[in-house]
Design a protein around this ligand. Structure first.
Ligand SMILES: Cc1ncc(COP(=O)(O)O)c(C=O)c1O
Length: 119
């Protein structure tokens, strides 16, 4: 259990924990996502308007289309520490995850020993 005072702080913490636990660097996020306003969570955000005005961003963030399990499977590798996504994207336009997507993400992460973070 880790108490935090904001969404951005919770997401920063999960990224740090994932890197510490896995010893890996890369974090996979989704296009149109929003993960907060700190430099690390802005870098994890899949929207240029919330992210790129603060360049340079933190390195080691990768982006795939939301609801696309094939794209996620393809980009996951031995450098992936975590997958961060919203079950329903809010800031990105109220985009709902379809069907088995979240379960497939979770199963994939478990198989590859990657930390899934839903918020
Ligand atoms: C999905 C998501 N993650 C993170 C945040 C950041 O939360 P906070 O503003 O509490 O730092 C928000 C805020 O809107 C959010 O919608």
């Amino acid at each position: 259990m880790f108490f935090s005072n904001s969404g951005a702080e919770a997401n920063d913490a999960v990224i740090k924990l994932a890197r510490k636990v896995t010893g890996r660097l890369n974090v996979i996020s989704t296009i149109n996502s929003f993960h907060g306003r700190t430099i690390s969570t802005a870098s994890a955000t899949g929207q240029a308007k919330h992210r790129d005005k603060f360049n340079p961003n933190m390195p080691n963030y990768r982006f795939v289309p939301f609801n696309d399990i094939g794209a996620l499977t393809k980009i996951m590798d031995e450098n992936t520490a975590a997958v961060i996504l919203e079950p329903i994207q809010g800031e990105g336009g109220v985009n709902i995850s379809f069907g088995e997507y979240l379960k497939q993400v979770s199963d994939l992460c478990e198989k590859k020993r990657i930390i899934p973070a839903y918020r």
